[in-house]
Each structure stands twice: as structure tokens, then as C-alpha cells.
Design a protein around this ligand. Structure first.
Ligand code: ZN
Length: 396
């Protein structure tokens, strides 16, 4: 496992320094450390995006509006995302991930928790995402979201098998993914939970994003998706439950008692018109995600502040910081960011812009410039790939 050279960041304008040795924050700088000075800047923890979809990274490059226009959440999935994911090939997935990860690093996001699906490119898909993260220097938790919605049980088995193949490193770790309760059978849920326990990891699954997910679980005899997961022994402690828009206060508290994380995705929820996740204020472990929107967490947090105010939710603060504890849990690091033993993930802000992004002690953005690739080349490749993707989507 390649470790980065020892690094000393600072002193910043407040006189603060952060030493990073073997990828973790250290109490003092190691001899021979490289120094990254920032006397005009301010050192801060890197941001964590706790739920996203790298596969949708080409959407900002002119994705055509669906026709006819979707009228509900299921139609959005069927007419947009479940067509886009089937149209992905290795080249478009790589281009999407490169663009998304590059922009995330440039925005000061140093860790992403991804939920991937590409039904016609299951095997090897997570290796592509891992390679992109390694090349650009992004910390990531990766999984394939197993589902039965296209090809039945065999599809889910292949998705779970892909989760096994995440090439773990100092930057990348695997999770076990399920798309959502409403597209999988009990057997798949049980198999996913067994696999998570076998691999000493956790599940990452969409839960109660829309009322359709709740109705589906009820039709199968459970009180809701949380209870269905619980009944099947799938609330593996530490699991990541995305959305929870339609969970009751009691269900949110039950998820906390099971030591599960909830991830709020305010921009996505607003865009999909699924509702405001008001009961997440009762979550004990909660983080902020973007659900495929760009990983500029300052933008996501601004949306959270706006929507929380609109909905009279005065307990929405601190969700961005929650991501640090989530990512630290999975990498078995100290959860207090920038404390000795924490992940060596930091950002230097200067004039309200990201000057440096450091991930695991490796400088991924220096003086506002991406180190692992050229952003103009990456953007051009994304734009070119997107054209072919929209053509293939139209044919599906
Ligand atoms: Zn999602």
C-alpha cells in the first residue's frame, strides 16, 4: 500500500499547523516533511459527501429532459436514472466519475460515499470508480446497489458479488449496496446483510426516499422499509440509510438505536419533490449527502439551511460535520477531524476559495489546481462522452 510522504500544512493565518504522517494526522511533524505553506489561508477539515452517485456525473453536460415529463418519483427513476444507468459503458462511467471527483476535490470535498448502479456493466464497474479515486486522490466508500429490477435475482447476485471486488486501499473501502427495499426480494436483503457481516462492513441503501417505498414494504407485510430490513436482520450496525424522508420520528429513533446512519440529501429531495425529511432531526447519527448533485458541500449546506428554515426545522445544524464521524468509523480513525489519529484530510481556504485539498496526506489540489489530472481535459472528455450517452439513453 503506497503511503504519502509526511506533510506539514501551515502555519495558516491563525498560526495553526497540521502534521500528517502515513495518511493520518500526527501530533508533530515527521523529519523530512514536505511543507505546504498557507500564511494567508485557513486550515479546515475536508468536507464529506455521505451519499452520492458518481454514475450521474455527466448529467450537467446537457442531459435531455425526459418526455413526457415525469409526474412522480417512480416516473423520474424510470424515465431518467434507470435509463441512464442502463446506457452506461466503461468509457462513459470513467468520464462521469473523473469529472465528478475532480470537481469535488476542487470544491474542498475530500471523501465521497458512492452508491453505484450500471446494469449492463456490473463486473468491473467498481474497479473503474476506485481507479478514478486513486488517480485523483479522493477518499471513497464504494458499493454496487444490488437490485432485481432489470434481470431478477441473478442481477442482484452479480451486484453483491461486485461489492466483494472493491480493491481496498488507504483511500478506498467497500460497502455492500442495495438499491432500495422496493426493488429487491427478501432473499437479496438477507444475502446483502450476510455479505456485509462477512466482509466486516455495512449496508448502504436508499430508505423511504418516497412514499412508494413505504407502500411497497407495507404490501409485503412490514410496517415500512426500516422494519423490513430489521425483520430480515439487515440493520447491520453502522449501515448507511440514505434519505429517510418518509420515516416517522419513532422509525428514525429506531435507526439510531440500531447504530445506523441517516443521510439527508436536501437538494435532491427538493428536486424530486419527495418532501422535506423533517423527522431526521431525531436522528442520533446523521450526515449530509448530495445524491448525485455536485459535491460542493457548501452548496448543499446552504440548501439545507434554506429548506430547514422553510420547514421550521431548527435542529438541522451539524449534519455536514456528521460525515467526518461516519467516514472515520469506516476507516477506523479518530472521529474528531484534524486531531491526532484522524484521517489526514484537510482543506486550506483562502479568500473563500479552496487553495489546497489534502487527502490522506496527499496533496490533491494545490494552489487551486488539480494535481492528478487536468480539469480542462477531464471536462472535454466528459462533454464528448455525454453526447454518446444521451444517444444511447434515447434508444432505451
Ligand atoms: Zn441516491
Amino acid at each position: 500500500m503506497a503511503l504519502s510522504e509526511p506533510l506539514l500544512v501551515g502555519p495558516d493565518r491563525d498560526g495553526r499547523t497540521v502534521a500528517i504522517v502515513d495518511g493520518r494526522v500526527a501530533g508533530s511533524a515527521a523529519q523530512g516533511s514536505r511543507t505546504l505553506s498557507c500564511t494567508e489561508g485557513r486550515i479546515a477539515p475536508g468536507a464529506v459527501c455521505a451519499h452520492t452517485h458518481l454514475y450521474s456525473g455527466l448529467a450537467p453536460y446537457g442531459m435531455p429532459a425526459p418526455s413526457p415529463a415525469p409526474e412522480n418519483f417512480l416516473q423520474i427513476l424510470e424515465r431518467v436514472w434507470w435509463r441512464l444507468d442502463r446506457a452506461l459503458d466503461a468509457e462513459t462511467l470513467r468520464a462521469a466519475a473523473m469529472d465528478y471527483v475532480a470537481r469535488a476535490l476542487l470544491a474542498g470535498t475530500t471523501a465521497l460515499i458512492d452508491h453505484h448502479e450500471s446494469p449492463n456493466l456490473i463486473e468491473g464497474s467498481l474497479a473503474i470508480l476506485a481507479e478514478v479515486c486513486e488517480q485523483l486522490g479522493m477518499r471513497a466508500l464504494l458499493c454496487y446497489g444490488a437490485t432485481e429490477r432489470n434481470f431478477g435475482r441473478i442481477e442482484a447476485e452479480r451486484g453483491l458479488a461486485e461489492c466483494r471486488r472493491v480493491p481496498a486501499s488507504s483511500l478506498v473501502r467497500g460497502l455492500v449496496g442495495l438499491h432500495a427495499c422496493f426493488t429487491v426480494s427478501d432473499d437479496t436483503i438477507r444475502a446483502a446483510a450476510d455479505l456485509a457481516r462477512e466482509l466486516s462492513t455495512v449496508l448502504h441503501v436508499h430508505v423511504a426516499e418516497d412514499s412508494a417505498d413505504v407502500r411497497d414494504s407495507r404490501s409485503r407485510g412490514a410496517a415500512g422499509p426500516l422494519e423490513r430490513l430489521s425483520n430480515l436482520g439487515a440493520l447491520v450496525p453502522g449501515s448507511i440509510l440514505a434519505h429517510g424522508v418518509h420515516l416517522t420520528r419513532g422509525q428514525v429513533e429506531a435507526a439510531g438505536l440500531a447504530s445506523c446512519w441517516l443521510v439527508h440529501n436536501p437538494r435532491s429531495n427538493e428536486g424530486n419533490r419527495v418532501g422535506y425529511a423533517g423527522n431526521l432531526q431525531f436522528a442520533s447519527k446523521i450526515a449530509l449527502g448530495t445524491d448525485g448533485w455536485n459535491a460542493d458541500m457548501a452548496e448543499e449546506e446552504a440548501a439545507l439551511v434554506r429548506l430547514a428554515k422553510d420547514h421550521g426545522d431548527n435542529r438541522a445544524a451539524g449534519r455536514l460535520a456528521g460525515g467526518h464521524a461516519l467516514i472515520a468509523e469506516r476507516f477506523r480513525a479518530v472521529s474528531e477531524p484534524l486531531a491526532p489519529g484522524a484521517l489526514g484530510d484537510a482543506v486550506v481556504w483562502e479568500n473563500e476559495k479552496v487553495r489546497h485539498s489534502i487527502v490522506g496526506g496527499r496533496v490533491a489540489v494545490e494552489d487551486g489546481r488539480l494535481i492528478g489530472g487536468n480539469i480542462d481535459v477531464i471536462s472535454r472528455a466528459a462533454r464528448d462522452s455525454a453526447l454518446g450517452l444521451w444517444e444511447r439513453m434515447a434508444a432505451i
